[in-house]
Design a protein around this ligand. Sequence first.
Ligand code: ZN
Length: 436
Amino acid sequence: MTSERTINQVIEQIEGDRDWLVGIVRDLVRIPTVNPKFERDEDLNREDQCQQLVGNLLADANMAVSTAEAFPNRPNVVGRLDGEDGNSLAINGHIDVVPSGDVDAWTTGPFEAAVRDGRIYGRGSYDMKGGLGAAIGAVRALAACGIELAGRLEIHSVVDEEAGGFGTRALLQGVPRTTAVIVAEPTQTDVMVCQPGLEWVRVTLRGLSAHAGWRYNDIYPQPQGPDRTRPGVNAAELATRFIDAIAHLERSWGKRKFHPLLPPGITTISPSVVHAGVGMGPNGLPTSVTNPATTPDVATIDFDLKYLPTETSEQVRREFEDFVHHWAMMDPWLREHPPRVQWDLYGLHFPEFNTDPDGPLVRSILRQSARHGLPGRVTGFPAVCDGAFYEGADPVIFGPCGADAHGVDEWVDIDSLIGVAKVMAVTAIEHCGVAQ
Ligand SMILES: [Zn+2]
């Protein structure tokens, strides 16, 4: 049993390390780690340099550090304090960030990490180098107080969350899982115990190309010659009809699919990328998109589809495909030329998770949050994060306060960083136990 004295010692250590923790979060923000899938620029794509810093900080906290590239020059870093599998805990944080957007609109440079009014400003300060920094602060305090945990504690510092979670997916390949996971994404110190599943799905509709000049035959059908004035079937218009039909499905999902911890209407099916043109290219997109004089015979619509934490990917895929099938059966052309549904677009798929809100890890975080004056509501994460990939580990999302993730003047609140570090340190002690 851990004495109250030990716990107080850890908390005092973190309080005393306040300036150090602010310093390391600023150092992490100052190394631009823009995901190269969004913006390619050597000066901005410095994930390897940032991970080197993370590795050094974890080594300073007595962790065994291992590094493995998820992609060339884009390493994941794992810090490990060895211990039993039974009460093991991992804390996950991603270091990649989205581009700064309009740099001139920022009050101070996105990678300056300026401190104003008890906040650190900068791209990635809130999403989510702040949370990762707090986790590092927590293990540093355990080391400084000479606490040896019984269960294994790991820090997973990953790349490529923003572009689909491929960093965490690579990290988890073939490694023994921990029994519990905290993802340190910013949550305003709420404890988020579930998240929707996310699918990217492409629907391809095929029409019939023709000279756009024969379209009058669609308006006033007229006697036709052998093949002179056949108007074709416009795939762009099939796409607009399909998008309209999906909007009805989305509304019906919104009326009947609910989760108590998520906003109503969360099961969205957003038509986000639409292409129409002539000829099917080898990449699944129309080959010719610059000639309005030809009726398009190919249209593709890429949807961002969310489903409830209580549903499974298989159920939702079947439901969507059934809808597409019945919609197509109502149209003579589409009945003969059914739409094609393609899942795992660009390899993206975030499984749902639905962790018990009364589980021991959640209760431990809530208890510590109350002790340190953090609001700590139990709720759900309305977006998706890397917790999705820790299958079987009951992930929980918990991190600092701030605002403007992915926006201009992103910031993280310094007091909440210190609070989150304290909660993480004591929760690790409670979950992993102390070695006898
Ligand atoms: Zn994030």
